[in-house]
Design a protein around this ligand. Structure first.
Ligand code: BTN
Length: 268
């Protein structure tokens, strides 16, 4: 995938050709936000469609943050009609993080997941990958939407820093190009959508197991900002539908949402 032909075609027809997953692709050279366009498609009752853009002018991240989206990234939103009960829909976000991580790994990048759904590249200077100097490669923004008939849809937005230089991105970011050189985005998108399709058809337990395999957070000391007092302790597991289990000095706690920081290990 890296080192391929980075100039190979990157458009709807080229991606649908050779894609082994049941998604139609709508491609834009430039758009405000692929999640916003996906919401319009969901309102019209369309599912199993992927909105993909070379550039976003109004990319959105979690917690109402901006998401920097220059030309050269992979900015996509998958419209899904979820075949799971509402309470288990957050599993699709974990599935997207695993799919993105695996597509990056297939391109030769040592990526892993920071809870809940940041795809990072650890700095690799220590054997257990715990120096804390991780760089962000990708993020996921999942939103719900409804058709005009009231049917429920999920929009899984994925931003992957692909064929970009880190100086085009916010501090603390990395890109596939920085890690492994020029990237064939068409192949990366195809692999990502295929991995996501496999996982969305899997059981919750299978998705959780895949997430645990790819996680950087488990076994680490973490600090999670939840809006109340931060929770600090050792992350020991993730449970349905995506809660982080943390052993703190006050006992075991489960966190459903928040910003997670990996803390540096204490020097002995
Ligand atoms: C995060 O904050 O980590 C999530 C970032 C999600 C960005 C993607 S890019 C494609 C889709 N469209 C958006 O506006 N946001 C998501």
């Amino acid at each position: 995938m890296s080192g391929g032909d980075p100039a190979s075609e990157y458009n709807a027809a080229a991606i649908e050709r050779g894609l082994d997953a049941p998604f139609a692709v709508e491609y834009h050279d430039s758009i405000g936000s692929t999640n916003d366009r996906a919401r319009e498609l969901a309102a019209a009752g369309e599912a199993s469609i992927v909105v993909l853009a070379d550039e976003q002018t109004g990319g959105r991240g979690r917690l109402d943050r901006e998401w920097s989206s220059p030309s050269g990234g992979i900015w996509c939103s998958i419209v899904v009609r979820p075949e799971r009960p509402p309470e288990s829909v957050p599993i699709l976000t974990l599935a997207a993080a695993v799919a993105t991580t695996r597509a990056a790994r297939e391109a030769g990048i040592d990526a892993g997941i920071k809870w809940p759904n940041d795809v990072l590249v650890p700095d690799g200077s220590d054997a257990d990958r715990s120096s804390g100097d991780d760089r962000k490669l990708a993020g996921i923004l999942t939103e719900t939407a409804h058709s005009e008939e009231g049917e429920r849809f999920v929009i899984v937005g994925i931003g992957l820093n692909a064929d970009l230089d880190p100086d085009q991105l916010p501090e603390g970011s990395t890109s596939m190009r920085a890690q492994v050189g020029a990237v064939d985005r068409r192949l990366v998108v195809q692999r990502l959508l295929e991995r996501f399709d496999e996982l969305r058809c899997s059981s919750d337990d299978e998705v959780l197991d895949a997430w645990r395999e790819d996680a950087l957070t488990l076994g680490r000391q973490v600090r999670v900002e939840t809006g109340d007092d931060p929770i600090v302790g050792k992350a020991v597991d993730v449970t349905a539908p995506g809660s982080l289990v943390i052993d703190t000095i006050h006992g075991r706690e489960r966190v459903h949402a928040g910003d997670c920081e990996h803390l540096r290990p204490v020097e002995e």
